[in-house]
Design a binder for this molecule. Structure first.
Ligand code: ZN
Length: 280
């Protein structure tokens, strides 16, 4: 499946970048790229990409942490953005150190990840906040097998027994829940959401892309960083080399919004920022 580059022009952002190099303790060098969306500033001086003259690391090994950030975004515990033009919206269920996401349109919904064990009430409340109940949830997608993402699956499936559960095939043997997930892979579509295989963090890790709405649910393939994006956590990746390849793969798609398992959502210019991250 070739990366979807449609819409690249329409979602292009003029980004003014400043690159700062900072020491990050034992993690070594960190590149932090801040961008400012400058679409309403046609004559401004801030529309040309500039970088400081510091040479970035020649290799993006596990010792290097790269963070790409856009202009600061307002964040709240439950961030909802409308997809009026395309009909899809997302709702974040902030479970403190991890998040689950509800993608919904036309009174139907897909839940991506379920948080740790005991997250059912919070997800139920999240559905209520957008005027939905469990009977609207026909699809439950697990980005990967870790307990902070699939911990509440059994409780969730009890609430919506007619829903289908999905996960990446390599992770399924270790997803020990009552309902066996249906394997999904590149090219599959669930609730009009594209499945993207993104191994590395785990072998069966998947991301979910609504290409019409421009929303990527990244799971742990990348990490949110105060409105920006950072690479996968080396300490938690089964295979960091493969995980970095998956970031490059994600840079080949187009989306405005990126939603992470950990960290604040990136609400603007996400795929452009992932592109910068992938090149670093
Ligand atoms: Zn994980």
């Amino acid at each position: 499946m070739s990366p979807d580059r449609e819409g690249l022009m329409t979602t292009h952002r003029m980004i003014n970048r400043r690159v700062a190099i900072a020491e990050m303790g034992k993690a070594g060098l960190a590149i932090v790229v801040f961008g400012t969306v400058a679409c309403s500033d046609p004559g401004g001086s801030g529309t040309t990409a500039t970088t400081t003259g510091t040479t970035p690391p020649t290799t993006a090994g596990p010792e290097t942490t790269t963070t790409v950030a856009t202009a600061p975004t307002t964040s709240s515990d439950t961030t909802t953005t409308g997809g009026a033009a395309t009909g899809t919206a997302f709702h974040r269920v902030n479970l403190d150190f991890v998040s689950a996401y509800i993608l919904y349109r036309g009174g139907e919904a897909a839940l991506v990840d379920t948080g740790v064990d005991g997250s059912l009430d919070a997800i139920t409340a999240g559905l209520g906040e957008i005027g939905l109940a469990w009977d609207a949830v026909g699809h439950v997608i697990l980005t990967h097998k870790h307990p902070d993402h699939m911990g509440s699956v059994d409780a969730v499936m009890e609430q919506t027994p007619g829903a289908t559960l999905y996960a990446g095939a390599p992770d399924i043997p270790e997803i020990t829940v009552v309902m066996v997930p249906q394997p999904v892979s590149d090219g599959d579509s669930v609730f009009d959401l594209d499945i993207i295989e993104t191994p590395g963090h785990t072998a069966g890790h998947i991301c979910v892309l609504d290409s019409s709405a421009g929303i990527l649910v990244a799971g742990d393939a990348m990490v949110g960083a105060n409105g920006g994006v950072s690479g996968p956590e080396p300490a938690f990746a089964e295979n960091m080399t493969v995980a970095i390849d998956s970031v490059r793969k994600l840079a080949g798609f187009t989306y405005e919004v990126a939603l992470f398992g950990h960290g604040e959502p990136m609400l603007e210019g996400a795929s452009a920022a992932v592109g910068v991250l992938a090149e670093s």
